[in-house]
Each structure stands twice: as C-alpha cells, then as structure tokens.
Design a binder for this molecule. Sequence first.
Ligand code: MG
Length: 306
Amino acid sequence: MDRVNVYEVAPRDGLQNEHEVVPTEMKVAFIERLIAAGYTDIEVSSFVRPRWIPQLADASDVVARLPRDTGVTFWALVPNRRGLERALDAGMHAVATFMSASETHNLKNVNRTTRESLAGLREVIATAVAEGMRVRSYISTVFGCPYEGHVDVERTVHLAGELLAAGADHISLGDTTGMAHPQQVFDVLERLQGAGIPLDRLTLHMHDTRGTALANILAGLQAGIRTFDASVSGLGGCPYAPGAAGNAATEDLVYMLHGMGYETGLDLDAVCEAGLFIEDALGRKLPGRYHQYYRGSLDRRGARTA
Ligand code: MG
C-alpha cells in the first residue's frame, strides 16, 4: 500500500499562534497523546528567542520531559546559531530552519534580507549536520506573500537547491497565508522537479485560510508528494488575519488519505482525542472540520456532556 507521512506541527506551529500560553505539563501530555496516535515525526517546540514567542519559551523543559525510545523523531524550530546551540543542549536530534521566499516577508519576520538569511542558514545547517542532526528547512510564502502578492517560483527553486546543498534532507514548501490553488501546486512542483529537486525531498505545508488546503494537498499527492505537514484540529490560526483558519487540519487530511487507501500509520480516533484534549486545554473552539464532526458525534451520544 502507498505510504504517506504526516508531519505533525501542532505543538510548535499550532501553539505558537495561539493567544493562550499552555503550561509545560499540558504540552507534554498533548505530545504524549500524539505519540500514542502513531506519528513518526512531531515538531515539538521552537528555540527562537523566548521574548519573540513566549508561548514556546519552555522548549528545553518540554524536550526534557518527553518520553525516550518512542521511535518518533522529535523536531524543533531553530532560527539561527544560538537557537541551534540551545537545541543541541536540550538533546535534540532533528531541527527545522526557516526563511521566506519573498523579500518583504523575510525582512518583517526575521529582520534580514533573504541573502543574509540564506548565508546564516548554510552555517546553521552545516553545523547541525556535523553534529549528526537531521535538518528540514521551511521556505515560507512559496505560493504568495501577504505583502508582495505574487512570488516568483524561481526564488523557491534557488533557495530549495541551496538549502539541500547545505545539508537539509527535506524542504517544506509553505503556503503561509493560504493563497495557493491546485494548479499552482502542480506548476511549482513541476518547476522544482525540472530543476533537479526530487519530490521525495519535498513536503507541502498548506494553510486553509481561503479553504483550499485539502485541495492543494490532493494536487501535491497526485503530483507525487508523500509528506505533508498538518496540525491537529487546525490548531494555530492565521497571524495575519485574526479568526481565519491556519494550518491544514490533520484529522481532515488523515480521513481523506485513509479513504483513498493510503497508509499513514496513524490511528484517526487517537488523533481526534489529542485534538479534544488540546481544545479543552485552550478553552477555544478549534477550526478543524473532522475535529468538529468528531466532537459533535460524541456530544450527540452523550459521551462528553459536561
Ligand atoms: Mg503553518
């Protein structure tokens, strides 16, 4: 059976965009539920400066409390050399770097030009690889920029090639504000493949801001992509538009994949339970469609009437 890997981003990309700061023990309990659901890859936190993202200031404590020998690869986001050092000190074996394809988004996000970011990340990646770590590199705003609009795909082709050459083993192509449509997904992937970048080194990180995340993922699947980023229950809104949807919801994706006959290794009900857990912890309704269906069906059966 054809296998698809779902890379879970909720503990990092989800929680960093939530207003509420979730206590460390609650984060660990959430990640333990994700581990039990059958993931191979979970992005657990971020070693960016705590002042930038107070929601994830406890990254080292979270990592220290994670169970050992689970067979799951735990990933953490690192912005620069200092973040990498903190990740190493915490005992991480896998890190994710990030930069944007569009100049303006990169400047606003990390206060550097894309040229400066790339130079810095080359060094970070080389150091991480020398330390025996796995590295994935996010490229944001691949399918459009909230400031510039259209982003030339050649910028992504260039960055992806450079980041892979520096030692990253995967590039995650981010539709940061959910601007992509399926034809664009086909086109971008074709250009990357044409430039010699193999599809098995690429991941799609789609956002549902305009309701197209799952359609875009399906396009990626049809084009041959077999790794997708997703966030339980669509955790993490859109930082550019309060109230709007953000990350593609894991449950929606897994339901679709299993229905189509793909194997993910995930137990959909266990993923749903993790979603209910974090929704209760946050005390706000999460946007995932399957998540809402699941909660509604339990409520109707009286299993969760509080
Ligand atoms: Mg995201």
